[in-house]
Design a protein around this ligand. Structure first.
Ligand code: DGJ
Length: 711
């Protein structure tokens, strides 16, 4: 039974495979958090509802453990909800009313939804908290629905998705990612002391600069062991996660849509639903955390039609030809791509309007007839004849001032009167909160997909949103644009996915600027970074893998020296780095030598063999590029009978040789064949406790090792 209710003591206990999560109602009718961690009995939580009193300055310390804390009364911690009623009252008093149990729509976890109904003590505001139990992955999906049951509007000023209370620990370490363009998903950590640590985006997109997830441990957890509490927010616009440690030692993580410049007018009868915030617990360290999130993404988040298929090996011509696309040039590249085993050929930027550089054309979504005199169809046919699918790049939310679209609809951009709208990459952002802009995007995308045999869309977003105003919209409503933009974006993707179920979609925002569980409900895969340097990628990919699956992680093999660092590394090293996710190739194949093309063909064929294990198997990070001179990542199939390990030596020093590499996730009592230059056999327990010898040397060396149960 995944949800237990103790009516007498008003306690609720959600149980997953290895975790319990508890809440209860105290004698004042407040919903308090009781427990999150190892399994307990529901009766164990009875005493956790006792009130805590300290002084007249902290008369309601117990409110620090409120499950969804409203701002009002004697509560001084980071609130989950702050509102203004029509008469100016800003004090919110939420009282527990009732609960209900439901079966989830997807039927993946029967009987797995708890709803808690709260109400304001006087005003007609209902707050409905939803808890969906994802038992097999030790996760709970939470969200809040706020309904105005009265006749006057209610202004929402803060509306967070959830508050996660961390149990008492001897110390609190928060782990998260930060970064920037070309340096996304860098793992960082800090000890939480009294006060707040905030990670957020105010850019209208998820951002390169942080990603909406957190992990907390006592400072001692590692990849394989230790208790870790973690959460990931499914939102692709402005978001905020606040970790607060109070003077009483309570640690709470409050997260949701960023309250910065946020306001939402909840009209009579309307409901505002927050994005989902998925939280989990594991005693198996950060590796255990990631494997739970990967499994959850593959089974619950990923668009359902793509759950069981593997991502195709794509070629993208952006780095080879940039805006200079033509049928002739692309055909040459396509022939080479087909020869080495590519399955999907993608034309990136430059195929439309007057798009010969990044200063013009965005918004004019018709084929450039100078580059494609016979339309896209001619090239698509050639590509299909070569045995590959065809894919296309778009950036629908943007417009260049030098475009027909801007000239005919200058009022369609985000813009404050009496202000210049800031240009970034020579482009402006369309005000997607407007229904007419949404219709425009949906219409041109539908036409494009209807008229052409396109099997893949890369949807880009190359700048942040700024000056989020509208010429004719009342000022308070303009604060809703941040949220409406994202909701319209989701609606467009939802509609396109329904109408074109065979098309695979990639989310891109100048690399990894819009990757989160909100976007990944619609996108099959994500472009992780514009930085394709195979060595830098090891850290970027490691950070990505903390939350997101290898299947959704797009990695390209590009030319050497690369554009990011002018570093030269071997083709084998570049392939190995890119084979750790969904493989793509982005180099200029016309410049690759015959021997490089032969090597690429062999590695592409090998990847096809390993693909199910890499894209949908279990991942173990054995050595981290952050802390060790080597990186090692292992992928294991479902039953542990087969595995592949990628090992990278960064730079050999002092004549040191590498220690044996201990594996993970294998069956202890099985005998495995280790396919090295000198193959040998060893038991699973031997491989996991003694390990295998690694003979790498020099700079930027790498090896791919296969391990299989002897048949
Ligand atoms: C940014 C993307 O990240 C690149 O891969 C490429 O698509 C360019 N935009 C095209 O303008």
């Amino acid at each position: 039974m995944s949800i237990q209710v103790n009516e007498e003591h008003q306690l609720f206990l959600l149980t997953t495979k290895n975790m319990c999560y508890g809440i209860g109602v105290d004698n004042k009718g407040q919903l308090l958090h009781t427990h999150w961690g190892e399994k307990v009995k529901i009766e164990d939580c009875i005493h956790l509802l006792q009130p805590y009193y300290h002084s007249h300055f902290d008369a309601e310390v117990d409110r620090e453990r409120e499950e969804y804390s409203p701002w009002g009364g004697l509560s001084f911690t980071e609130p989950a909800l702050k509102v203004k009623f029509h008469d100016g009252v800003r004090d919110l008093k939420l009282q527990y009313k009732s609960y209900s149990l439901h079966v989830s729509d997807d039927m993946l976890d029967e009987g797995s939804i708890l709803e808690i109904h709260l109400q304001d003590a006087y005003y007609s505001l209902d707050v409905n908290l939803t808890y969906k139990v994802i038992a097999e992955f030790d996760l709970i999906e939470r969200k809040a629905s706020l309904t105005n049951k009265g006749t006057e509007p209610i202004q929402l000023e803060i509306a967070q998705s959830a508050v996660w209370s961390i149990p008492a620990l001897e110390a609190y370490r928060m782990v998260y990612v930060t970064g920037k363009w070309q340096e996304e998903f860098q793992i960082k950590s800090c000890m939480l002391t009294e006060g707040k640590k905030v990670i957020e985006s105010r850019r209208g997109i998820t951002s390169h600069h942080a990603n909406p997830w957190f992990a907390v441990d006592n400072g001692a957890a590692n990849e394989t062991s230790g208790a870790v509490w973690f959460g990931s927010l499914a939102w692709s616009g402005n978001w905020k996660i606040t970790a607060e440690k109070t003077a009483f030692g309570n640690v709470r993580i409050v997260g949701g849509i960023n309250d910065f410049d946020f306001e939402w007018s909840l009209k009579a009868g309307e409901t505002f639903e927050t994005p989902a915030f998925i939280g989990g617990y594991t005693a198996e360290g950060f590796g255990g955390m990631s494997r739970r999130l990967h499994g959850y993404q593959l089974k619950y988040i990923m668009p359902s039609s793509k759950q069981t298929t593997y991502r195709k090996i794509l070629y993208n011509s952006w780095e080879a030809t940039e805006f200079n696309v033509s049928v002739r040039e692309q055909t040459f590249l396509a022939q080479k791509a087909a020869e080495i085993g590519v399955e999907l050929f993608v034309i990136d930027d430059g195929w439309f309007g007057k798009r010969n550089h990044d200063k013009a054309g965005l918004g004019d979504w018709y084929v450039n007839t100078e580059k494609f005199p016979n339309g896209l169809g001619e090239l698509i046919e050639r590509i299909n004849t070569l045995g590959m699918d065809f894919g296309l790049w778009v950036e629908p939310e943007m417009v260049n001032p030098d475009s027909e679209l801007y000239r005919s609809h200058p009022d369609w951009i985000y813009h404050f009167p009496n202000r210049e709208s800031s240009l970034a990459r020579n482009q402006l952002v369309l005000n997607l909160s407007k229904p007419e802009v949404k219709t425009f995007i949906l219409d041109f995308m539908t036409k494009l997909l209807q008229e052409n045999n396109i099997k893949f869309i890369k949807w880009d977003m190359n700048r942040a949103i700024s000056e989020p105003g509208g010429l004719h919209d009342p000022a308070p409503e303009q604060r809703e644009f941040w949220v409406r933009h994202v909701l319209h974006l989701y609606e467009i993707w939802d509609e396109l996915r329904t109408c074109f179920p065979d098309v695979t979609f990639e989310t891109c925002s100048s690399g990894g600027g819009r990757v989160d569980f909100g976007m990944l409900r619609y996108a099959d895969q994500a472009w992780v970074s514009d930085n394709t340097d195979a060595f830098d990628r090891l850290k970027i990919q490691e950070g990505f893998s903390y939350t997101y699956s290898a299947q959704s992680m797009m990695c390209w093999v590009t030319d050497s020296p690369g554009h990011a660092n002018h570093r030269s590394v071997s083709l084998k090293y570049r392939f190995h780095s890119a084979m750790m996710g969904s493989l793509g190739i982005g180099g200029d194949l016309n410049k690759w030598t015959d021997s490089e093309l032969i090597e690429a063909k062999e590695l592409v064929a090998l990847y096809k063999e390993l693909r199910p294990m890499i894209q949908q198997g279990k991942q173990y990070r054995l050595h981290s590029p952050r802390t060790e001179p080597t990186t090692a990542v292992q992928y294991v199939n479902d039953d542990g009978s087969e595995s592949v390990i990628f090992v990278f030596l960064h730079s050999q020093q002092f004549g040191n040789f590498m220690p044996r590499l201990r594996l993970n996730g294998l069956q202890s009592d099985q005998i495995y064949q280790v396919e090295l230059a000198e193959p040998f056999t060893m038991s699973g327990s031997g491989l996991m406790s003694i390990g295998i010898p690694i003979a790498l040397g020099g700079d930027f060396d790498s090896v791919l090792i296969r391990v299989r149960v002897v048949g």
